[in-house]
Design a protein around this ligand. Sequence first.
Ligand code: IYR
Length: 223
Amino acid sequence: MSDEHIPLNDFIEYSQDEMLARAQDNYQQVKRRHSIRKFSNRPVPQAIIEQCILAAGTAPNGANHQPWHFVAIKSPEIKAQIREQAEALEQAFYAGRAGEEWLDALKPLGTNASKPYLEHAPWLIAIFSQKRKEEQGEQKTNYYVHESVGIATGFLIQALHHAGLATLTHTPKPMSFLSKICGRDNDNERPYMLIIAGYPAEDATVPLHALDKKALDQICEFI
Ligand code: IYR
């Protein structure tokens, strides 16, 4: 592995006024990201998804091992299988496995076991984390896997939103069925999250509850 360094030559410096304007603009953009649960079946070109996954792959991560794998699913048959299995799990979840407190917390979102968007949306992106990486036939430990894959997933959601797509994060439990469906049922990889991406349906809604974000002084202090 090379230990060579090169000068940082793609950092762009802005004036502080520009920085503030950019930070304000970014906040205005990201606060318009909402998880939605009704997707249109309008197709979205694969080239857009490819750029978003490339962006996710630039996330900071442990020792640059990049401990992730993305499976971007557009096949109607595979989406139907995912819907069927996810709904079966969610039925058990909503029928009691979640427990009363959790179900109470979900009430304002209005979610239930029915997940038609898993078939309607043009893209489902399954993200897998990897415990080890193979380098020249050798198995190497990956570091900060959960943190790394979490940041990459955040980058992916942000990239999809920036491109103009709506998203939903989905984590049916247990997610092992995704490993099987995606052909990644091995000892090294774990399904991390499923991202649904596409255009919102015309009657897509956002729960009012989800717009209630904590104020700056509730989430931050300056010392
Ligand atoms: N996975 C379930 C339940 C669910 C859990 C949380 I925490 C949410 O923020 C939303 C839903 C479902 O998708 O319905």
